[in-house]
Design a protein around this ligand. Structure first.
Ligand SMILES: Nc1ncnc2c1ncn2[C@@H]1O[C@H](COP(=O)(O)OP(=O)(O)O)[C@@H](O)[C@H]1O
Ligand SMILES: [Mg+2]
Length: 353
């Protein structure tokens, strides 16, 4: 592979809309040639961050550099970036080929050069036979590939993709997801992919930047975010950890669990992976370690296991518990069943926020 391109460095990046801070003093670096996912709930500032990097929005303060070149207020077309918009934004009256070649035409490139490069990109996204069609004669997935090819026309070092999979049906989503990753590896440029889906980020990203209310919550590999979330927000957003307050965890068998928001008195803030818990119907088993009475409030089938929600007293906190199918077959959980929740104390991680 050729030299990797697209090292991004953002310093004190801030964007205010009126008095509201959409992006609030954010610092990050993204390695050249990596697949980076900008992850977080709706409204946390992902699109705004992406648009400042691509030059479609100007930051209120702070700076962005790509491959050590400060971008200042350089307009989008002169940046080493390309943007694939959420709605693809294809020109309806132009053919597929003209859509793809558009940016080079604007630049005044020679027609033969344009045709050759567009032909190469059409091949890459497997749309050669569709070159003369209009966008409305293509499926959603094909339109997306046109948008992708158009974005790559100018040989960017960074491709910015805003929720590129959200308009696709679930089957196509998995297929295109794999294609994006393969394409990124082949090109050796940075893909900066905005998503609100933790599973999408886990599947794709070399690096995840998790945002919350305009700020960085945590930056790390998929493994870091999944196994080692540092905050209650990160643990809950990644969806594989229970977050709660508890007392009595260290002292012995009696444990009390409370809501994480601290609305009630009680205990330190913890996270623990959902497989750190087990639920048994009836009385507390002997020597089970920290335990608390609990009641089954939901049962969901999840392929290779059942996912239980059990409510604990006195804090009325619903915790997630995984029951392997073999265990569930021997001892099927029942809605409203009363029993005991036990936890492996060594799996608890104390959080500061
Ligand atoms: N052009 C705008 N004018 C005013 N507020 C905006 C504008 N664009 C975004 N915002 C606000 O900035 C915040 C972040 O928006 P956005 O970056 O689009 O979030 P995300 O992409 O993570 O859903 C939101 O509160 C949104 O309402
Ligand atoms: Mg957005």
């Amino acid at each position: 592979m050729s030299e990797l391109k697209g090292h991004i460095s953002a310093k004190s990046l801030t964007k205010a809309f009126g008095s509201a801070l959409a992006v609030d003093d954010v610092d990050f670096t993204i390695p050249a040639g990596s697949y980076c996912c900008l992850l977080g709930p709706s409204g946390c500032g992902k699109t705004t961050s992406l648009r400042m990097i691509s030059g479609h929005d100007t930051q209120t303060s702070g700076s962005i550099a790509i491959d050590d070149r400060d971008l200042g207020t350089i307009p989008p077309a002169q940046r080493p970036t390309a943007m694939m918009f959420q709605n693809y934004a294809l020109f309806p009256h132009m053919t597929v080929e003209d859509n793809i070649a558009f940016s080079l035409r604007v630049k005044g490139s020679d027609k033969a050069v344009r045709r050759q490069r567009a032909g190469h990109l059409l091949e890459m996204v497997e749309l050669t036979d569709f070159a003369q069609r209009k966008p409305n004669e293509l499926s959603g997935g094909q339109q997306q590939r046109v948008a992708l090819a158009r974005a790559l026309m100018m040989n960017p070092s960074v491709l910015a993709l805003d929720e590129p999979l959200s308009a696709l049906d679930p089957f196509l989503r998995l297929k295109v997801r794999a294609e994006l990753k393969a394409l990124q590896r082949r090109l050796g440029i940075t893909f900066l992919h905005v998503t609100h889906s933790q599973s999408e980020a886990l599947a794709l990203a070399d690096q995840i930047i998790l945002m919350n209310s305009g700020k960085l919550e945590q930056v790390g590999t998929a493994e870091d975010l999944y196994h080692r979330p540092e905050t209650a927000f990160a643990a809950q957003f990644m969806g594989v950890q229970n977050v709660f307050r508890a007392d009595g965890v260290q002292s012995g068998a009696e444990m009390r669990i409370f809501r994480p928001d601290g609305g009630q008195a009680g205990g330190a803030l913890y996270r623990a992976p959902i497989d750190a818990f087990s639920f048994t119907a009836g009385e507390t088993p002997a020597n089970a370690g920290p335990a608390t009475p609990a009641k089954v409030s939901a049962i969901e089938y999840a392929g290779d296991h059942l996912s239980l929600t059990v409510d604990t007293q006195p804090g009325d906190v619903g915790l997630k518990v995984q029951v392997p199918l073999e265990a569930a077959a021997m001892n099927p959980p029942v809605f409203d069943q009363v029993g005991t929740l036990t936890i492996k104390p060594e799996s608890l991680v104390e959080l500061t926020r």
